[in-house]
Write a protein that binds this ligand. Structure first.
Ligand SMILES: *Cc1c(COP(=O)(O)O)cnc(C)c1O
Length: 400
């Protein structure tokens, strides 16, 4: 078997147009978002306008990271220290981290075999916890039935915030992820759908919520210089009672993001070509279970997940090692010791331990792979061949 030589952490270069826009900002010296001349609109404000338009949202705030967007969203939504906040058991560390940042307590909701929030368990946890808010994390881009979810939350009077780190550009029944609840939180960290190294975007149609979020982000009294903000009078009631928790985006990062946003739909098409090819090949391997993706879901295949149900620990470790030896980098979510980006609830010991048997079972056989756009379709064929080979090699025994 010919090893694969591509690099799984290698993203595409920043487009030339974005490089030029960044140089222009550097030459101007005006990197801070409020450093404007006359009534010039800062690049950060332009980005807010463009992303609000893309998302079909009234308001948008550009900020320091996806995790930061979530933490100020929780605060702006009125979450206080000690409050219970519902969230997915299968998610990435910044999600429980954002809940911890406001002193609240994550209540984890089980994951289904299709890697989405378990709505039955959600109903149970709503009743048990008395939580008033769900921070929904569409982890690795898997959307739950958003209509069933919003209906359930509506009957229980639960506020919805969406973590769209992997669903920027994805939709359910034609409606964009991030537009189903009070707010959508997006990341522009290197491994997400737009790349500014670090960065976050927060969208909402609620003027009071967005005014608080803008004040929290560290706007001083310069909020009228924002690109997609509520009217000035909305700020009058909250501007002195809302703390400044500096986490602004600067013009340099915004300049890099604007041209990428214009290309987002094309990037999504290219991701899905790659995803669909690998998914097709994986679905032909008897031992592998691909998550079912309903017709209502328009996903962005920037990474791929598959399960080998019943795989033993030893075989899972072996499987990852064999792939590594052949140049294919997999993450195994069942690993006991946290590796790189952690996504197993047992690693988050600042949270009260929770009994999540379904999640533990799913994670024990769940594998994950990035699909950078720097890979060609031939690369994807090559990777799929290696995976078919290693599934059979290293999972011979101990597999259900
Ligand atoms: C990356 C990520 C975030 C936010 O990440 P930042 O690094 O803070 O921008 C949030 N949720 C999930 C599921 C993520 O993968």
């Amino acid at each position: 078997m010919e090893p694969f030589r591509g690099v799984f952490t290698q993203q595409e270069a920043i487009p030339e147009q974005a490089v030029n826009a960044a140089i222009e900002v550097l030459r101007s010296g005006r990197l801070h978002r409020y450093n404007t001349l006359g009534d010039e609109l800062s690049v950060a404000s332009e980005l807010e306008r463009a992303f609000a338009r893309y998302q079909g949202a009234k308001y948008c705030l550009a900020c320091a990271s996806g995790g930061y967007a979530m933490s100020i969203a929780l605060r702006a939504a009125g979450v206080y220290p000690g409050d219970a906040v519902l969230t997915n058991s299968f998610t990435l560390a910044p999600v429980p981290g954002a809940i911890a940042a406001v002193g609240a307590k994550p209540v984890f909701v089980e994951v289904t075999e299709d890697l989405v929030l378990d709505l039955g368990d959600l109903e149970t946890k709503i009743a048990e916890s008395g939580a008033k808010l769900l921070l929904l994390s569409s982890m690795r881009g898997h959307l739950c039935d958003m209509e069933a979810l919003t209906e359930l939350l509506g009957t229980k009077d639960i506020v919805l915030l969406e973590d769209c780190a992997h669903t920027m550009g994805a939709s359910w029944n034609g409606r964009l992820s991030g537009s189903f609840g009070l707010a959508g939180c997006f990341s522009t960290q290197t491994y997400k759908h737009l790349n500014s190294g670090e960065g976050g975007l927060l969208t909402s149609d609620d003027p009071q919520f967005m005014a608080r979020a803008i004040m929290l982000s560290g706007s001083y009294m310069l909020y009228e210089r924002h690109g997609a903000a509520p009217p000035e009078e909305v700020f009058r009631t909250i501007r002195l009672e809302t703390p400044n928790m500096s986490g602004r985006m600067d013009n340099l990062r915004a300049a890099i993001l604007l041209p990428q946003l214009a290309d987002l739909d094309d990037s999504i098409r290219r991701w899905n070509e790659r995803y669909d090819l690998i998914a097709q090949r994986l679905s032909e391997i008897p031992k592998v279970r691909m998550p079912h993706r309903p017709g209502e879901e328009n996903y962005v295949g920037s990474s791929i997940q598959f399960r080998i149900p019943g795989i033993s620990k030893a075989n899972a470790i072996n499987f990852v090692a064999e792939n590594k030896a052949l140049g294919v980098e997999l993450k195994w979510f069942g690993d006991e010791s946290p590796v790189a980006f952690t996504s197993n609830h047992h690693s988050w010991q600042y949270v009260d331990p929770q009994d999540l048997p379904m999640t533990d079972e799913i994670l024990s056989g769940l594998f994950d792979m990035r699909i950078p756009l720097s890979f060609t379709l031939d690369d994807c064929e090559h990777i799929a061949r290696i995976l078919s080979h290693t599934v059979n090699q290293s999972t011979g025994s101990g597999t259900a």
